[in-house]
Design a protein around this ligand. Sequence first.
Ligand code: ZN
Length: 216
Amino acid sequence: MPELVFFSGTMDCGKSTLALQIEHNRSARGLVGMIFTRNDRAGEGKLSSRLGLVTDAVEVGDGADLYAYLVDHLSQGRRADYVIADEAQFLAPEQIDQLARVVDDLDLDVYAFGITTDFRSKLFPGSQRLVELADRVEVLQVEALCWCGARATHNARTVGGVMVVEGAQVVVGDVTGSVDEIGYEVLCRRHHRRRMTAATARAAALSPDVLPVSSG
Ligand SMILES: [Zn+2]
C-alpha cells in the first residue's frame, strides 16, 4: 500500500540527507522520483544537505497544485514512481492535502521531510497538516545537540547570535558573518525557554557578574 510518510525533526537532524539517501537507493533500483522542494539553502530548484550533496528538484511556488502537476507529468507519458517533498514545513496545508491525494489516487509513495516547529516552538501549518494526514510520522533521531550537550529539540532564530522570539515565521537564514545576520541554532527546550544560545552562554561565562563570588 502506498503511504504518506512524514519524516520530522529539528533543523540539523539529517532530513535532507535522508531524502537524498532515499532518492539514491531508489534510483539505483531504476525508479524515478519526483522531487519537490521549497526555499532550499542551495537555491531554487535544488535539494541539498549540509553534508554537501545536492540534486535537482522542482521548486514549489505559492498556489502550485502538486496533484495536478503530477497528473500532468504522468499524462505526458513521463515517469514518477514515488514523490519526495523536502522542506515540507514551507508547503501550504492545501498542498499537503494534494500530496495525500497523490498517494490515494495515483498510488505513489510520498515521503515528506520537514521541521516540525518554528523558532517560537509553534507548528508550521504544513507540518501540522502532515501530522494530521500522514500514514506514518517518523521522528528523526540523528542527535542534533544543544551547545550544552543535551539533545536539541527546538529551533531558535538568532540575530547576531542573540535569540529572538518575534518576526515572520519564514525567514531563510544566511550565515555570512555580518553582525545583524539572521541565523538558526538548535537548542534543548531548557535553553530555548531561557533564550540562551551558544553565543549568549559564552558571553555570560565571560561576564564578571556571573563569576562565583570569592569568599576572600
Ligand atoms: Zn541546552
